[in-house]
Design a protein. Structure first.
Length: 240
């Protein structure tokens, strides 16, 4: 959901790049300046710069910033280890932690006036879902080879063709369910906030929805990562 005035638009206009509002055309440069792209870059820049500023040099007696990141990273690792086991969690922690941190910041940035959540665009959530979808099938073939097909046939040979069709439909549907869930919830949050700001002004009336928006942002990031972990764990397990 785009705000009437976006923070990034001021910067794009200042440096002479296309401001992505209205019929600006469809050139490659203009597509790169779409709000969901520019705010994705802003989120990524935040994830690079803020840890560097708050961590500094790692110390034996950690300060406030180091304590925060140690608590967050250890909590994320334990969460992933509960689903995959500690050995696999060590391997897959970087990608799932990246998914979580990007998603939660991308969800929350839209709560600030003049900003938007990149995850309120289906382009972003679908791209993330495609990465998860391809990764869990790659892991299935990596762990089982061509016997990975047994995940789709079921335990009874007689009904294997029927099960294959159902499992393929169910598996492809993950592309829609995982992407639409995140996109729909964040878009609804931003739409509701925009309506409240227009009706009640930027004062106290939208505060309860802002608090709810923080909760929704956290929950949707956890749900997305949890489902991604479950899909990958299921692909790595033997077929039942």
């Amino acid at each position: 959901m785009e705000h009437p005035i976006l923070f990034i638009s001021v910067i794009l206009d200042w440096i002479g790049l296309p401001v992505p509002h209205g019929p600006i055309g469809a050139t490659f440069l203009e597509k790169l300046c779409e709000p969901y792209m520019t705010y994705s870059w802003l989120v990524m820049a935040f994830l690079f710069v803020v840890p560097k500023l708050t961590l500094g040099n790692l110390e034996l007696v950690p300060g406030t910033g180091q304590n925060f990141w140690e608590a967050l990273i250890s909590g994320l690792f334990e969460f992933i280890a509960e689903q995959l086991g500690r050995e696999k969690a060590k391997v897959f922690f970087p990608i799932f932690a990246t998914f979580f941190l990007y998603t939660v910041i991308a969800n929350m940035i839209g709560l600030l006036p003049g900003f938007m959540s990149p995850t309120s665009s289906l382009n972003v959530t679908m791209a993330m879902t495609i990465m998860v979808w391809l990764m869990h099938h790659f892991l299935g073939f990596r762990y089982h080879g061509w016997k990975y097909y047994k995940h789709f046939t079921g335990p009874i040979p007689l009904i294997a063709p029927f099960m294959m069709v159902l499992e393929l439909i169910s598996n492809v549907a993950r592309l829609l369910s995982l992407s639409m869930r995140l996109f729909g919830n964040i878009l609804a949050k931003e739409t509701l906030l925009a309506v409240l700001f227009m009706l009640a002004g930027a004062f106290f009336a939208p505060l309860p929805i802002l608090a709810l928006g923080v909760l929704v942002s956290l929950i949707q990031a956890v749900v997305f990562v949890l489902l991604a972990i479950i899909y990958c764990a299921g692909a790595m397990e033997p077929a039942h």
